[in-house]
Design a protein around this ligand. Sequence first.
Ligand code: PLP
Length: 418
Amino acid sequence: MALAAERQPVLDVQAVRDLFPILEQRVHGKPLVYLDNAATTQRPRAVLDAMAEFYESYNANVHRGIYAFSEKASARYEEVRSKVQALIGAAAPEEIVFTRGTTEALNLVAQSWGRANLREGDEILVTEMEHHSNFVPWQMVAKETGARLRCARVTDEGRLDREDFRANLTGRTRIVALAHVSNVLGTINPVADLAREAHTRGAIVVVDGAQAAGHLPVDVRALGCDFYAFSAHKMYGPTGVGALYGRLDLLDAMEPTMGGGGMIGEVTLERTTWADVPHRFEAGTMPIAEVIALGAAVDFLLDLDRETIRAHEERLTSYALARLKSCRGVKVFGPPTTAGRAPVLSLASHDVHPHDLATVMDRDGVAVRAGHHCAQPLMRRLGVGATARASFALYNTTDEVDAFIRSLEHAEAFFRGS
Ligand code: PLP
């Protein structure tokens, strides 16, 4: 019994791969090795089918019609709210607002909660490892309100410097905004602990979950955060849709940032009242097919079990970290082991520019990303202009990690001229 309890769950990767039609593609005559999952993941057949089924068999606008298609579409759309609630452990479906993605969700909090609650001299605390999506909206609202943006440092190992975080958390901090997982370093931030510290100072906690939702079990109540944002396209769902979780009492007190159809209580010539939460924040025709397909992505993740997914991706990351150790002249950023690390690996070569690495790797069929990854403050901290980044998903294999390493060595040899 004890053995069974300790055994790590194993994912049937080949069976999973069979669910993703795009993985059969060849690129430049080579089998596709897709390692740009932090930018966007691929979609399983079930997600593609959910979108096609909507358009082919019950396409209608939601919340507006009293005919069968519209009622079915509305019911499916609202069901997804409950699915997302279950995925992230929210207390009620009303705590889930559909957005275009993480970026829009974070801007919504900044522009609504931020504008209403920030005063001159208040402080917003972010970290050096934030994606621009969790940096620029705070910079914008700070400028508008006279609040001050502070930034907690990252250690040389690529983790949040807890001492510096504490030093920057003051009695004036109103908002702490941080990534659950860094899209460059792979670092998993200890959100629950940080949220506890932030709350003792009276700040609210906004979490950018873009790189976590598809990889880690997420429970917003266990994390103790007040807002949590993520994008469907980074967790096997479609582009153009994502969600903002917000504590109901906070959402209830918030003003919408966009006016239009579907978000009103009553409109007169003089004034408008708002619809209840969450519809207040969903102005205009929403990406209905995409929301419904997000529901299929949530089913897919929950069916496979996120602990199992996490264990598989951790094995891949551990294997890749070990293999990279033997690559001469290659520096890997972020935590050195899988402890507190998600499946994102950024690296720099002593001899080869990241863009050149990515170009040569592409010729080998290996898709990695090169650039600043929308994290320029972090690039400055790391002392580089860009990195090459490989990021894994549940359909990747150790053979693909080997192909990545072979291709990396090939690129290094090519540019060294040996
Ligand atoms: N936050 C992080 C950590 C990300 O990695 C990304 C996308 O790469 C975003 C936010 C923005 O996500 P989206 O472009 O889907 O809004």
